[in-house]
Design a protein around this ligand. Structure first.
Ligand code: AR6
Length: 173
């Protein structure tokens, strides 16, 4: 199992898949979601719009994952997942965040993805404290990757400060 921390713009990674920290509508937004849609081009929005709604305005419930092509991005697929909004930590946030990583890897495996990168899901607009998110993410990935031993997973941090937090969590896991 390969799990590593990288400092990069996620949209530049030429991997089998990159993961988007989306919202339930899957119609774009700010943060890494906005960056992915800008770099992928308008076809990504059309592909997302074509995904079925499971409830009004919801194409992907929190903790679930959906897959689309990556269009103009150097990656092959975009796996869209929806992290929890941080509400203080007693509203099931950790379990929902763990579920994002599990469902993304399970979906990736169905598409024969071998190399994949995750952003720090929920750690921006959604307000999840980075140290806690990193611990949850790494524990969840370690667990699910026992079933997918050949998969190489990068934890993609946008800046060095975030990368140091994630590297520390990885070292301690
Ligand atoms: N590459 C890698 N990481 C990035 C990039 C990038 N290009 N851009 C931002 N980050 P966020 P969330 C980091 O807010 O908290 C959107 O509007 C960022 O520094 O993108 O899950 C969606 O539509 C942070 O560490 O995602 C949702 O409405 C991390 O990515 C909502 O935000 C996640 O920050 C989701 O919020």
């Amino acid at each position: 199992m390969a799990l590593s921390v990288v400092t990069s713009d996620l949209t530049r990674l030429a991997l089998d898949a990159i993961v988007n920290a989306a919202n339930p509508a899957l119609l774009g937004g700010g943060g890494v979601d906005g960056a992915i849609h800008r770099a992928a081009g308008p076809a990504l929005l059309e592909a997302c719009r074509a995904l079925p709604q499971v409830a009004p305005g919801v194409r992907c419930p929190t903790g679930d994952a959906r897959i689309t092509p990556a269009f103009l991005l150097p990656a092959r697929h975009v796996i869209h997942t929806v992290g929890p909004v941080w509400k203080g930590g007693h509203h099931g946030e950790a379990e929902l965040l763990a579920q994002c990583y599990r469902s993304s890897i399970a979906l990736a495996a169905r598409y024969a993805v071998r190399t994949i990168a995750f952003p720090a899901i929920s750690c921006g607009v959604y307000g999840y404290p980075a140290e806690q998110a990193a611990r949850v993410a790494i524990a969840s990935l370690r667990d699910v990757l026992t079933l997918h031993a050949a998969m190489e997973v990068q934890l993609c941090c946008f800046d060095e400060r975030m990368a140091a937090i994630w590297q520390e969590a990885l070292n301690q896991a």
